[in-house]
Design a protein around this ligand. Structure first.
Ligand code: UT7
Length: 325
């Protein structure tokens, strides 16, 4: 049995922060940020907003779009790297907000590739007839782990959530192919040092800013393009398709230069690529489902389209999924 995307949804916080506003807190410029990243604005949570609210709102939109009652959801998966609480994560709060009762849920942590990992796992569970309907959410409150004094990272990220509801389909529709990889040797390229069990939070870790995300940007940059190219080609091969069959490519929205370099390698032109990072910046696991939902809602992606979703991120994880919408 195949797994079909039967509804999409997304949520972005109301607060929009421009590059010019960031020049008031760090030594940067709109020109540098646009030229080096393509980012112009990002949506950020207010201090009193609960991150799980983003996942709940995105999921409610996906359920409504599917025309399927929320009751039909058999399993909830929240792909996130920075959950509401280290324990019990984000999924319990999202499940409670959605009224999912006693249905199972879990968080899935796989860097910015978390959504393509979760989609692959969910499709496998539907294919094996373990569950019928699975809600897959990518949600990230990056502003809560960003060092707002570090210009190398704080200009890059945004908050948001995206969701898809997967249901049973046939093998010729829905999730058609997938490729997942990771390289643990590169784990330290992007990491948050303290607050886990290796280095528990303490006054000293907070004083050292070790509760903020650290990134070796150029190392991540160099790996990103070959990783997404490999995964895209492998996922298409697994689906028995070629790049000529692809209507839309949705790459992880991290940096316009990474996306353009990937497009050149794959020989895919901009009229077949969904890009929203200029408005929403890098929202990690939420980036692909937000871009997917926006393109479905504005009519660029239509039923029957073949779409490739590809990502890379902390871990170093990478992967791609081919879906027929
Ligand atoms: O979801 C996965 C997460 N991460 C990523 O996808 C990030 C991937 N990496 C990147 O996108 C890029 O590496 C960055 C956008 C982070 C940085 O671009 P870059 O072209 O690799 O710049 P760089 O780190 O080599 O820095 C160049 C210069 C440095 O100054 P010096 O040493 O040459 O004097 C930086 O200090 O740019 C400086 N710089 C800035 N200047 C103004 C770094 N950040 C800023 C900034 N504003 N915000």
């Amino acid at each position: 049995m195949g797994a079909k995307i039967i509804g999409t949804g997304s949520y972005l916080p109301d607060k929009v922060v421009t590059n010019d506003e960031l020049t008031r807190i760090v030594d940067t410029s709109d020109e540098w940020i646009v030229k080096r990243t393509g980012i112009r604005t990002r949506h950020l949570l207010e201090a009193d907003e609960m991150p799980a609210r983003m996942g709940i709102a995105a999921a409610e939109a996906a359920i409504a779009a599917s025309g399927t009652p929320a009751d039909a959801v058999d399993l909830l998966m929240v792909a996130t790297n920075f959950p509401d609480m280290i324990s019990p994560g984000s999924a319990p709060f999202v499940a409670a907000g959605l009224g999912l009762g006693q249905r199972p849920f879990f968080d899935l942590k796989a860097g910015c590739s978390g959504f393509v990992y979760a989609l692959t796992v969910a499709a496998g569970l539907i294919d094996a007839e373990v569950y019928g309907h699975i809600l897959v959410i990518g949600a990230e409150a990056l502003s809560r782990v960003t060092d707002w004094g570090d210009r190398k990272t704080c200009v890059l990220f945004g908050d948001g959530a995206g969701a898809v509801l997967l249901g049973p389909g046939t093998h010729s529709e829905g999730v058609l192919g997938s490729s997942l990889h990771a390289d643990g040797n590169k784990a330290m390229l992007l990491h948050l040092p303290a607050g886990g069990t290796r280095t528990p939070a303490s006054h000293a870790t907070v004083d050292a800013g070790a509760h903020f995300l650290k990134m070796e940007g150029s190392g991540v940059y160099r790996s990103a393009v070959p990783m997404m190219e490999t995964a895209t080609r492998e996922a298409l091969a697994a689906a028995g398709l070629t790049l000529a069959d692809v209507d839309w490519l949705i790459p992880h929205q991290a940096n316009i230069r990474i996306i353009e370099s990937l497009m050149r390698r794959l020989e895919v032109t901009s009229d077949r690529v969904i890009i929203n990072l200029d408005r929403v910046a890098n929202t990690s696991t939420a980036s692909i489902p937000i871009a997917l939902d926006e393109a479905v809602r504005d009519g660029r992606i239509v039923p029957g389209n073949i779409v490739v979703l590809t990502a890379f991120g902390a871990g170093a994880t990478y992967g791609a999924v081919v879906v027929q919408i």
